[in-house]
Write a protein that binds this ligand. Structure first.
Ligand SMILES: *[C@@H]1O[C@H](CO)[C@@H](O)[C@H](O)[C@H]1NC(C)=O
Ligand SMILES: *[C@@H]1O[C@H](CO)[C@@H](O)[C@H](O)[C@H]1NC(C)=O
Ligand SMILES: *[C@@H]1O[C@H](CO)[C@@H](O)[C@H](O)[C@H]1NC(C)=O
Ligand SMILES: *[C@@H]1O[C@H](CO)[C@@H](O)[C@H](O)[C@H]1NC(C)=O
Ligand SMILES: *[C@@H]1O[C@H](CO)[C@@H](O)[C@H](O)[C@H]1NC(C)=O
Ligand SMILES: *[C@@H]1O[C@H](CO)[C@@H](O)[C@H](O)[C@H]1NC(C)=O
Ligand SMILES: *[C@@H]1O[C@H](CO)[C@@H](O)[C@H](O)[C@H]1NC(C)=O
Ligand SMILES: *[C@@H]1O[C@H](CO)[C@@H](O)[C@H](O)[C@H]1NC(C)=O
Length: 399
């Protein structure tokens, strides 16, 4: 009798375990874009001193590569703007842009690119790492002093890279450092340093997604834009030697945070994904002081004629700035005319909605990365943002 009970218990226990295993296999097979967080507690110790604005440890999300993608790595640096003073940063201490305490436990993987070979042939089986933004300095800050707002973005970057190298990235064959918005700027600024971490890789390249913040020297607000990045630099203690010396020797070092000034100093091949009408830059980078400007950048249908002119002027300046760097053949350029900010964070941005020269962003990037074809396409057909086939806004009068 006792034996029978034991057998029954064993039986049910085994069945239960099988059930759990098959359930979890199902979940992971079904849901492998849902990646859980890695919190880097070990980075906090004094030797590294890598912490978020609020002193919490850095964090990232890693989905393992598989098959012949096991040694390929696609990193994405999350963005989220900057903050430039204790008061300005205070709100960041209680949200995910300044603290890992508020990061989601799992993410629907950043760029949400599919692991379906048909849909995402070049990258479907790569390791993917979504690096959590929590320093508000484009991963560049390095202030020794610990205050209520700790500014250590560069250390956060280094600590996460060390951890990934130890987890297999040191054997990378192919690697991409990408990032969106402030993270896209970070990807450019860290591009050569990243490449140096992987001396044995076949290919290392970088991608900036909506990180090309322009100075637009001849447009209103130019001084404010320069002043703003100077403030970012000063507040976060961005070290001069973390910027390309070929730039800092030519001009005020704080101007070396502006992509147009450093693009020729970056030796590693770089791909720029932009819209000619970046909604964030237009709204927040001092292009207009008009009180209804915000309304206009939220809904182009309510813009006044002079506001539309400001948008046109911005579009001309952005395209001109990128045109000027297109002689560098290793640079990939994808500039579409939709009103938008950021692409890789959603599947439709990466694989769908935006098509230039018959290619989606994923296809253009794939061809460029594997040296099948260069890609430099700037849309010049639209002097105002186009809306049809642009996923965010639908308006009838501008297409
Ligand atoms: C992702 O997985 C976690 C558990 O790892 C779960 O709690 C969460 O609900 C999942 N998210 C989604 C959107 O399915
Ligand atoms: C992969 O994508 C193709 C094209 O969208 C689709 O037909 C196929 O069912 C997908 N495969 C899986 C396993 O989801
Ligand atoms: C730092 O935080 C403490 C505790 O919240 C507060 O009392 C103090 O005023 C803050 N210091 C500064 C400089 O904001
Ligand atoms: C830069 O910082 C100074 C000093 O804190 C401040 O007065 C100024 O408004 C800031 N400028 C911009 C554009 O952020
Ligand atoms: C907005 O106002 C500031 C300060 O008066 C000025 O420096 C700046 O050029 C103005 N920007 C625009 C776009 O007019
Ligand atoms: C602009 O938007 C604000 C709300 O953000 C609203 O209160 C205001 O009425 C709008 N102005 C115009 C001219 O549409
Ligand atoms: C990401 O993919 C999941 C599952 O396919 C989907 O539910 C979610 O809406 C997607 N998120 C974005 C931002 O595209
Ligand atoms: C919009 O996209 C559809 C399907 O991808 C395409 O057939 C159509 O030509 C596009 N329209 C424009 C105006 O580009």
């Amino acid at each position: 009798m006792k034996k029978n009970i034991q057998t029954m218990v064993d039986y049910w226990l085994k069945l239960f375990i099988c059930l759990i295993i098959s359930m979890s296999t199902n979940i992971s097979a079904h849901d492998y874009n849902n990646i859980s967080i890695t919190i880097l507690d070990s980075a906090v110790a004094e030797a590294k001193g890598a912490v978020c604005l609020d002193g919490s440890p850095p964090a990232y999300y890693h989905a393992k590569g598989f098959g012949d993608g096991a040694n390929n790595w696609f990193l994405y640096l999350e963005g989220g703007g900057w903050c430039i003073s204790d008061e300005d940063c205070a709100v960041r201490l209680t949200d995910r842009s300044g603290s890992s305490k508020y990061k989601p436990k799992s993410v629907y993987f950043g760029q949400n690119k599919s692991q379906n070979q048909t849909e995402n042939p070049d990258f479907y089986n790569w390791n993917r790492v979504y690096v959590g933004y929590c320093d508000c300095s484009s991963y560049m800050g390095d202030v020794e002093l610990k205050t209520n707002v700790t500014r250590r973005g560069a250390r956060v970057f280094n600590a996460i890279m060390d951890d990934l190298l130890a987890k297999g990235m040191s054997n990378a064959e192919n690697a991409i450092l990408s990032g969106g918005s402030a993270g896209g700027l970070g990807a450019m600024l860290h591009c050569d340093g990243f490449s140096e971490l992987l001396p044995n890789a076949k290919r290392v390249k970088c991608i900036s997604d909506s990180g090309f913040f322009i100075h637009a020297k001849h447009l209103p607000g130019a001084d404010k834009r320069a002043e703003y990045y100077a403030n970012v630099s000063a507040y976060h203690g961005i070290r001069v030697d973390s910027l390309p010396s070929s730039c800092t020797s030519r001009m005020d070092e704080t101007l070396c945070l502006l992509p147009e000034n450093i693009i020729r100093d970056i030796k590693t091949p770089l791909f720029i994904v932009e819209t000619a009408f970046d909604q964030y830059q237009l709204a927040l980078n001092y292009f207009s002081n008009e009180s209804t400007w915000w309304n206009c950048t939220n809904n182009i249908e309510v813009c006044t004629p002079s506001q539309l002119q400001t948008i046109k002027d911005y579009g001309v300046a952005l395209r001109q700035t990128l045109q000027e760097i297109s002689d560098t053949t290793s640079v990939g350029i994808f500039v579409h005319p939709c009103f938008r900010h950021g692409h890789f964070y959603e599947k439709s941005g990466w694989e769908g909605s935006f098509i230039l020269g018959d290619k989606t962003i994923a296809q253009a990037v794939g061809d460029w990365f594997f040296d099948r074809a260069s890609f430099q396409v700037i849309d010049y057909d639209n002097e105002l943002p186009r809306f049809r086939n642009c996923s965010k806004f639908i308006a009838s009068s501008y297409i």
